[in-house]
Design a protein around this ligand. Structure first.
Ligand code: BGC
Length: 756
């Protein structure tokens, strides 16, 4: 669909999209409806409305008179937030609310393991329940549209299928263990700059095929009880009052039975919100408090609508058993069982991008290992703005190395660079000048120390990357370069000692041109939770093989990425000038894709999604843009052989499932995991498709010389496209090629089958 038409569609969106797809899912929450009829019949209008807004910062009210408990929320997504002041953003300073810091979203996604996502959800729920919380504000499952997105580290992947499988795992794990989830942020919260004002202008097909699937899967397959509406607008309507998103798609099509809460401060109206499907205004009562009572009395909102919104909350309240105040907070939130889950996820998330044989580290003769970089000692549980965990503990990379090989190597450390630190508010020119001078002095000193340490060592572990002040809620990064002059520093280190292993502690893509060229091995170890340092050390020394796979593409340069290349991001004139400089250096291949018109000088709040479905690898593959590391990439300390790709049939009908088998052999010398990935390429399709799309994957553990037949399935239903003319899912029955491999850039076997 042409973008110009989308705004027109936005106005028509409500009637056009209603009831468009078949509803197959029925929420188990509906079982409470009879009981709820009885409760609602006893409630006054005031009592009902009292449930539809915040009582405290992270609490919404029940009905005390009827024995219905309040609902208590906890951020999420990667650890239960500390106990907060009832009406403020400060913590209460308790001792027992120290939680387990779980690896953040992109780390979880790098495991490519729905089973680990289930354990993760289990761990989150257990800690939520210890604290008396009913609903976890997570998982955060928006698609990573731009590499600079401030919350990329919280989100899972650029791919809807991988995100969906993990969202389902997390949701089931949490809800099977007694806590509701809140899938966030619904929908199209794909950037943090201007997130409170930006309007995502997006075609239905891209929305349905790329951005909504993780939410749909969380609802249809895992019966998620909660959804958080995003701050932004979608096609002209705020997400908290978006009838199409909330009533039509979420509830009518997907059969969502639970409650929608606004993002904090993301409600904008009374009548629009309540009618469009919002249940709870958080953390205020500006619109769904007295204003709502007045609107009902004035006849602008029928009490039936209020009853329905109350019903949806009560369903969740009845499904999640409240924990009496005297039973909550009796133990420390973080518990060993959860710390173990955090370790398991971390140990399977670390991605080995490059290795010329320097890893695993050789520890004969007690080598001198120089650890250089501020991220070797930096805590990542909190920082910047937004979701932080008051973690019981966090093993840093340096501590992890000391724990694992303190007696087998001499470890010497230098900080190397001054990390970016988050500050609130603006600085005066004098403050900025002083900071600049201090920084120059400190850079000289830190560089000198780093080079001295480097000269003494047989191998250098450069531990850099971003941090939680660089990647933060509320703002996107300006670029993806390593901050704090790390490229310059590592170049200097390489002149002194070329035996460099670089570990990037980042939650999002970085520009790797320099570090890749000067490092003999390169890894990403994410914001990896309470046990992150131990997991990293285990990988570096070879106690375990690395087994994480990239959940996003790492581009050669930022301006190659789709939203940048097309001028869709950053938006607005000021940003457009920055962008103009960026594109002047762009590859001719990418430049040819840049739209002729200049959308850049327009309203900074219009985020055009004209790349449509070509997000992440879908773009790079389709447009033949080379990448630094492809989606799905990750090396191990062993080798795998793929053979004998088979399908159960040659021709499939539209309701069939394609059963695929492939022989996998560990042909190396170490136990390791491989993630077998199946992409499809459509050959004679009737509509346009990306070059390839991930449709199945499986993480397999094999001993040296072990063989296994790996079985994977693709339901044809999963191959449908959203027909923008008829507003429904349609089959595109054509010849397809199954591409089986170790990443989007490493296809080992191919086979054609026919869909008819
Ligand atoms: C974030 C949400 C979070 C909420 C409460 C908002 O700023 O966008 O993800 O759950 O704050 O902390």
């Amino acid at each position: 669909m042409k973008i110009a038409n989308i705004l027109v569609l936005a106005a028509l969106a409500v009637p056009l999209l209603g009831g468009a797809a078949d509803k197959e899912h029925q929420s188990a929450l509906l079982q409470y409806d009879k009981q709820i009829d009885g409760i609602i019949s006893q409630m006054t209008l005031e009592e009902k409305v009292n449930m539809l807004h915040a009582k405290f910062m992270f609490v919404s009210a029940g009905i005390e008179r009827l024995g219905i408990a309040d609902i208590k929320y906890a951020d999420g997504p990667f650890g239960i937030r500390e106990e907060m002041q009832p009406k403020g953003w400060a913590g209460l300073g308790w001792e027992t609310d120290k939680a387990t810091f779980f690896p953040t979203g992109s780390a979880l996604a790098a495991t490519w393991s729905p089973e680990l996502a289930y354990s993760y959800g289990t761990g989150m729920a257990r800690e939520a329940r210890l604290r008396g919380k009913d609903m976890i504000l997570g998982p955060a499952i928006n698609i990573q549209r731009i590499p600079t997105g401030g919350r990329t580290y919280e989100y899972l992947s650029e791919d809807p299928f991988l995100s969906s499988r993990l969202a389902v795992g997390y949701t089931k794990g949490a809800q099977d263990n007694g806590a509701a989830v809140c899938l966030k942020h619904y929908a199209m919260n794909n950037q943090e700059n201007n997130r409170g004002t930006v309007n995502a202008i997006i075609g239905e097909r891209a929305m349905r095929e790329i951005y909504l699937p993780p939410f749909r899967a969380g609802v249809e397959e895992a019966d998620a009880y909660g959804v958080m509406s995003a701050y932004n607008k979608v096609n002209g309507f705020w997400c908290a009052e978006n009838d199409m998103l909330l009533n039509k798609i979420l509830r009518q099509e997907w059969g969502f039975g639970g409650m929608v809460i606004s993002d904090w401060g993301g409600t904008h109206s009374t009548v629009g919100s309540i009618k469009s499907g919002l249940n709870v205004e958080m953390p205020d009562q500006k619109y769904l408090g007295k204003a709502l009572i007045d609107s009902v009395k004035a006849g602008k909102v029928s009490e039936d609508v209020v009853n329905q919104r109350v019903r949806e909350i009560l369903r969740v309240r009845l499904a999640i058993k409240p924990i009496p105040a005297e039973k909550a907070n009796k133990e420390m939130t973080s518990q060993p069982a959860q710390q173990k889950i955090a370790y398991e996820v971390a140990s399977k998330s670390i991605v080995l991008l490059k290795n010329d044989g320097i890893l695993p580290l050789k520890l004969k003769n007690k080598p001198v290992i120089a650890v250089i970089g501020a991220n070797a000692i930096q805590i990542m549980a909190s920082g910047g703005m937004g979701a932080g965990v008051k973690t019981l503990y966090e093993v840093t990379p340096l501590e992890g190395l000391k724990n694992r090989i303190g007696d087998k190597a001499e470890i010497i450390y230098a900080k190397g660079y001054e990390p970016v630190a988050f500050t609130w508010g603006r600085k005066t020119p004098e403050q900025l000048e002083k900071e600049k001078q201090d920084k120059e002095l400190s850079t000289q000193k830190l560089t000198k120390e780093a080079l001295e340490v480097a000269a003494k060592a047989s191998v250098i572990l450069f531990i850099g990357g971003d941090n939680r002040s660089v990647e933060s809620e509320g703002s996107d990064r300006k670029d993806i370069f390593l901050p704090s002059g790390q490229d310059e520093l590592i170049r200097k280190i390489a002149e002194v000692n070329p035996n460099i292993v670089t570990v990037l502690v980042s939650g999002a893509p970085n520009d790797l041109n320099v570090v890749k060229s000067v490092s003999k091995a390169l890894l990403i170890s994410w914001f990896n939770g309470t046990e992150g340092g131990n997991a990293l050390a285990d990988v570096l020394v070879g106690n375990i093989s690395p087994s994480g796979r990239l959940p996003f593409t790492i581009p050669v340069k930022l301006e190659d990425s789709p939203a940048y290349a097309l001028g869709n991001y950053p938006q607005g004139k000021k940003n457009a000038d920055v962008f103009a400089n960026l594109v002047s250096e762009t590859d001719p291949a990418v430049k040819s894709q840049i739209k002729k018109e200049e959308p850049k000088k327009e309203d900074p709040n219009n985020a055009r999604y004209s790349e449509e479905s070509l997000v992440g690898y879908r773009w790079y593959d389709t447009k033949n843009v080379s990448v630094m590391y492809p989606f799905g990439h990750g090396l191990t300390y062993t080798t795998f052989e793929y053979a004998n790709l088979k399908t159960d049939k040659e021709k499939y009908e539209k309701n069939d499932v394609i059963s695929i088998s492939v022989e996998l052999k560990n042909s190396g010398k170490m136990l390791a995991d491989e993630v077998v990935q199946v992409y499809i390429h459509r050959i004679n399709s009737s509509v346009e498709w990306p070059q390839k799309e991930l449709k199945a994957f499986s993480r397999v553990t094999l001993n040296p010389n072990e063989n296994k037949t790996v079985k994977l399935e693709i339901a044809l239903e999963r191959l449908r496209f959203w027909n923008e003319k008829s507003h429904k899912w349609d089959d595109d029955l054509c010849k397809i090629e199954l591409l089986v491999g170790a990443s989007a850039g490493d296809i080992k076997l191919k086979k054609e089958v026919i869909l008819k």
